[in-house]
Write a protein that binds this ligand. Structure first.
Ligand code: SAM
Length: 275
């Protein structure tokens, strides 16, 4: 039997009827191929008792896929009023499984919308992907899993191991709290309009406990100082925090002549403990 979601008009019709010309300022690059959005939804499975949160449903391609793949409860946060109007039919077809929230995801307190645990599945607006991810990482214990489409470059920075140019603050923040996995790439042509860059679906699965003990604010302070001058030796880069950086590094068991990108996350945590 055809489900009410399957019976909805094609996304291109929805876009035409609601005049959803994509706005660059809102990072709007829509996915209209239901095979692809269903592949993304399946990559985010299995569902658990967590509420699925979708940031930026747009015309609803991925939202339809989540519902067709039987996500039990979806809350979608969208700031474009035009898209919210276009999603009315989908809310009706979802028969109680979809709720919309109008607003800016950066300003939205998820706890005010629904109780944790949460599972994020989204094709993120690329201009705000990093601040959104950093906000979620700060409360990683409330999430079961985060599966998001981001620029390939951001995905590579999230998953980067020590030793390369992609390893930096984002890698430390993400991998300290989560297991990070790159799932698959999606080329520009899959989007309407096509972006300039390739995208990657990335999965962040919170660890039972952070990789090593550290205060999050102190860890962020140390990594910011270290990577702000990533070409310098740590004894110089960390002078902004400690005039006697040499001694602090030695105390933490780290050779002061090393550079930020060679440090493991555990070593950054050891430094944060010196603060
Ligand atoms: N999920 C849809 C898809 O895959 O076709 C649209 C994805 S599009 C890359 C990003 C979506 O995020 C757009 O619908 C845009 O309006 C929305 N958006 C942009 N900035 C936002 C914000 N600050 N808060 C909530 N939604 C936002």
């Amino acid at each position: 039997m055809t489900s009410p979601v399957e019976a909805l008009p094609p996304l291109r019709d929805v876009i035409a009827r609601h005049d959803l010309a994509a706005r660059k300022s809102l990072g709007q690059n829509f996915l209209l191929d239901l095979n692809l959005t269903r592949k993304i939804a399946r990559a985010a499975m299995p569902w658990s008792d967590a509420t699925v949160i979708e940031i930026g449903p747009g015309p609803g391609g991925l939202t339809r896929a989540l519902l067709l793949e039987n996500a039990p409860k979806v809350v979608a946060v969208e700031r474009d009023e035009r898209c919210l109007a276009a999603l009315g039919e989908l809310v009706a077809a979802a028969e109680g499984r979809l709720a919309l929230h109008a607003g800016d995801a950066l300003e939205t307190d998820l706890a005010a919308l629904t109780t944790p645990p949460w599972q994020i599945v989204a094709n993120l607006p690329y201009n705000i992907a990093t601040p959104l991810l950093l906000g979620w990482l700060g409360q990683a214990d409330k999430f079961t899993r985060i599966t998001v489409l981001v620029q390939k470059e951001v995905a590579e920075r999230l998953a980067a191991p020590p030793g390369g140019k992609n390893y930096g603050r984002l890698a430390v923040a993400a991998q300290w709290r989560c297991h990070v996995r790159l799932l698959f790439d999606i080329g520009p042509k899959a989007f309407v309009p096509p972006p300039k860059v390739t995208s990657t679906l990335v999965e962040l699965e919170p660890r039972d406990r952070p990789l090593a003990e550290a205060d999050p604010a102190k860890l962020e302070r140390v990594t910011a100082a270290a990577f702000n001058q990533r070409r310098k030796m740590l004894r110089t880069a960390l002078k902004s925090i400690w005039p006697n950086a040499d001694a602090k590094l030695t105390e933490a068991g780290i050779d002061p002549t090393r550079r930020a990108e060679t440090l493991t996350i555990e070593e950054f945590c050891a430094l944060a403990q010196q603060l």
